[in-house]
Design a protein around this ligand. Structure first.
Ligand code: IP8
Length: 271
């Protein structure tokens, strides 16, 4: 049963925090600014981060999201390396919080989620809820996920968010914020098709009918913008609004966490 304990889920996109084209490269100033804003906002939240250049190149090299394939040399080693690489990236973020004496707890998705063919399940999210009770901010990240059918895959930050939206018991998620590298969704301007216009507000059931502008979004192993829209629709079905913000604009993360006005895309839920 949901009590009145409200939290926000914030995802810091991997493309925001790292240079996806250069393996193992952290955009240090972006990370530092994001962490500073999270600490300053000091809201109860679960932080999720993506894989960026620590996850996607390795996951792609070993085709991890396609599952076990004995024809791929060293694929199992690749699973271990992908997990470890994400762990290293996560440790970098955790260290920054701890240096500022902000209590955070790293939780590995590969330890609390398992797949059985297409279904992702978890025995319990108690560890996350108990951490929240203790004001210990849980940080989860895109990871590898094992499959009971003797295989494995990738669990993206977005999949983790969805699982949290559907399974947290004692916390009410007031919104999910995706900090990305653009203000949100852009549509082709009807008056001038050369231009595109930011969608500042739209209902989740309107997402399908948007004439989205192609901003050349990079496709990653977990699906890029199309799959993000599918996740957003499903999150909204749990009656949770979604906000897409530009994490590169100084102050946006803080403002969003404090519910201040941000130039961004707000996806509202239908009653
Ligand atoms: O960046 C992917 O997480 P995402 C994680 O949230 C890996 O899609 C390991 C590629």
């Amino acid at each position: 049963m949901n009590s009145n304990k409200n939290i926000i889920i914030l995802k810091l996109g991997g493309g925001l925090l790292t240079d996806k084209n250069k393996p193992f490269s952290i955009r240090e100033e972006v990370v530092e600014s994001a962490i500073r804003q999270v600490i300053k906002a000091n809201e109860k939240l679960i932080l999720i981060h993506g894989g960026g250049s620590f996850g996607h190149p390795l996951a792609k090299k070993y085709s991890i999201s396609q599952g076990l394939d004995n024809s791929i040399p060293n694929q199992i080693l690749g699973v271990a390396q992908t997990h470890h690489s994400m762990n290293r990236f996560n440790t970098y973020l955790i260290n920054q919080f701890l240096e500022q004496e902000y209590p955070v707890l790293s939780i590995q998705a590969s330890s609390i989620f398992i797949k059985d063919s297409e279904v992702t399940s978890t025995k319990s999210l108690d560890v996350i809820e108990t951490a929240l009770d203790l004001n210990l901010m849980p940080i989860l990240y895109g990871d590898i996920i094992l499959d009971k059918q003797g295989s494995f895959s990738i669990i993206s930050g977005d999949q983790i968010i969805l699982a949290l939206c559907q399974n947290l018991k004692d916390y009410n998620i007031s919104k999910v914020v995706f900090a990305m590298e653009s203000e949100g969704l852009y549509i082709v301007d009807k008056k001038n098709s050369e231009n595109c216009k930011l969608v500042t507000e739209c209902y989740s059931n309107e997402l399908d009918s948007l004439n989205l502008a192609d901003l050349g979004q990079k496709i990653d192993v977990t699906g890029g913008i199309k799959s993000k829209l599918d996740f957003i629709r499903t999150i909204c079905k749990s009656k949770i609004p979604v906000q897409l913000i530009n994490g590169l604009t100084e102050g946006n993360i803080y403002k969003s966490l404090r519910n201040q006005k941000v130039n961004c895309t707000n996806i509202l839920i239908n009653d």
